[in-house]
Design a protein around this ligand. Structure first.
Ligand SMILES: Cc1cc2nc3c(=O)[nH]c(=O)nc-3n(C[C@H](O)[C@H](O)[C@H](O)COP(=O)(O)OP(=O)(O)OC[C@H]3O[C@@H](n4cnc5c(N)ncnc54)[C@H](O)[C@@H]3O)c2cc1C
Length: 446
């Protein structure tokens, strides 16, 4: 919060106007005299889509963007290919946002994945379903997604002002004062769509949280989500790049706290891939992880299988039979090494302890988490504006009339696979439509 805002809160009602007057008299502030209908803070997918959804009925809409150009994070989404949403029934999305699915229900059902796809296809950007249901633009270029959004802003006369960092906001009788340093704008409605804190170089560095806090909102503790994890004493650094499809990942903190299956990728200092990224919102430094190296096979199944091999394939090398359990050969060899089992051991020579050790480690190899990747590596942010303080049917604040939220600034983070962009678009659409309706109601328009 800025100094001027603190002063204003201390002074009470009407003080903001006084501060504005003082600033102007001192030659420090420039007030844009026009009263706008809506200011959206942040030109990410949520802010842009909210602006597009609110505009078009004659309302004056301005988007203030901190960076020199809009949509920086959108441009790097999906490694520049933009996994915009997911295929399937929108009701299946609700389980992909940790505990936030219920809150998101009206937004997602009001503007679904099919609506999102139709929005872009109607404007000539066709979509394809790839990689287990992920939806991408046919061109696989995030730039094309952003270009459609910007063209739509232009068509609906939405003004986008880049290089404008909002530093403070104040509710006044007739709306909001929004300060970007010394430049002050006024609007009847305000949307905070400043994103989370991940990849701060793209512009989303948590400003929205302090702006919301300055208006009385609670911020649920933020942390990295969709992040890789660094592993203590990691023994697979040279196997970086190996991927384990459908691995079972369990998190332990004293007891087992969570278990899910997904693809796991070895990195040079730990683990990544959707199976880890999607669980990362629950993982903390010091947690134990167990990762199955043989798909979803349980310990007993592997034990039985090994016993059968020792009886039926006794003459074969243990190392050569393990890949039949879908374990990459180099990984099988490393596991044998770590368990002090000779590489050329014949299956028939496998003693009981070796079999138990192997089935134990292959069904859930134990790791200890050194750290969960920081905001510079995380693709999303957990925590944010408390959902209990926002109306799910409009995205309006329950505390400040006329204030709305959209996108990742909220306490919402989705799984990998297009769920975060869909949430940004759906909450943006809901906030924009709600504001458009209030503007029309106020002017007696249908
Ligand atoms: C590397 C990476 C890859 C990803 N890939 C995917 C993917 O393929 N699919 C998917 O669904 N999700 C993906 N995500 C997540 C997705 O990009 C975000 O969830 C989404 O961009 C959030 O949209 P938003 O509009 O809420 O916030 P953002 O996109 O973060 O936009 C917020 C905007 O607000 C601006 N802003 C911040 N503070 C201020 C201020 N004080 N004044 C003015 N402007 C301000 C920022 O500069 C920024 O432009 C990815 C994320 C990352 C980091």
């Amino acid at each position: 919060m800025t100094k001027s805002h603190d002063m204003c809160r201390d002074c009470g009602e009407g003080a903001w106007e006084k501060i504005v007057d003082e600033k102007v008299n001192e030659g420090k502030g420039e007030v844009r005299s026009e009263l706008l209908d809506l200011i959206a803070i942040g030109a990410g997918p949520a802010g842009l889509f909210c602006a597009v959804s609110a505009a078009g009925g004659g309302g004056k809409v301005l988007v203030l963007e901190k960076k020199g150009s809009p949509g920086r994070k959108l441009l790097i989404s999906g490694s520049g290919r933009c996994n915009i949403t997911h295929d399937g029934d929108i009701r299946d999305f609700l389980d992909h946002y940790g505990g936030a699915g219920r809150f998101l229900r009206p937004a997602l059902l009001g503007f679904t994945n099919r609506d999102l796809i139709a929005f872009f296809e109607d404007r000539g950007l066709f979509m394809v379903r790839l990689e287990g249901g992920k939806v991408f633009p046919e061109t696989q270029r995030s730039r094309d997604v952003l270009d459609v959004l910007l063209a739509e802003c232009e068509a609906r006369k939405v003004e986008i002002s880049n290089g404008k960092t909002v530093t403070s906001i104040e509710k006044s009788g007739e709306g909001f004062f929004v300060a970007c340093g010394d430049e002050i704008h006024r609007s009847r409605f305000l949307v905070i769509a400043t994103g989370g804190r991940s990849y701060p170089a793209t512009g989303s560095s948590g400003d929205g949280h302090s702006l919301a806090e300055s208006l009385g909102h609670t911020i649920v503790e933020v942390g990295p989500a969709l992040a890789p994890v660094r592993i203590r004493d990691y023994p697979f650094a040279d196997l970086a790049g190996i991927s384990l499809p459908g691995a079972r990942v369990s998190i332990f903190r004293g007891r087992k706290v969570k278990e899910e299956a997904g693809d796991v990728l070895f990195t040079h200092d730990g683990l990544s891939g959707p199976g880890i990224l999607d669980l990362s919102r629950y993982i903390r430094a010091g947690d134990g992880l167990r990762v199955s190296f043989a798909g979803e096979r349980r310990r007993e199944e592997i034990d039985d299988w090994l016993l059968e091999r020792s009886q039926k394939d006794g003459a074969r090398n243990l190392r050569s039979v393990l890949p039949e359990l879908e374990i990459p050969a180099r990984l099988a060899s490393r596991v044998l090494e770590l368990l002090d089992i000779p590489q050329d051991l014949k299956c028939a020579s496998m003693i009981r302890k070796m079999r138990i050790d192997l089935s134990d480690h292959l069904s859930g190899f134990p790791f200890v988490v050194e750290a969960v990747g920081g905001f510079d590596l995380a693709m999303a942010t957990r925590g944010g504006v408390a959902l209990s303080e926002v109306y799910p049917k409009s995205m309006e604040s329950r505390l400040v009339s006329g204030l709305y939220f959209a996108g990742e600034v909220l306490d919402v983070d989705g799984d990998s696979g297009g769920y975060n962009l869909q949430a940004a678009f759906s909450t943006g659409a809901l906030a924009g439509r709600s504001i458009k309706k209030r503007l029309a109601d106020a002017e007696g328009r249908p």
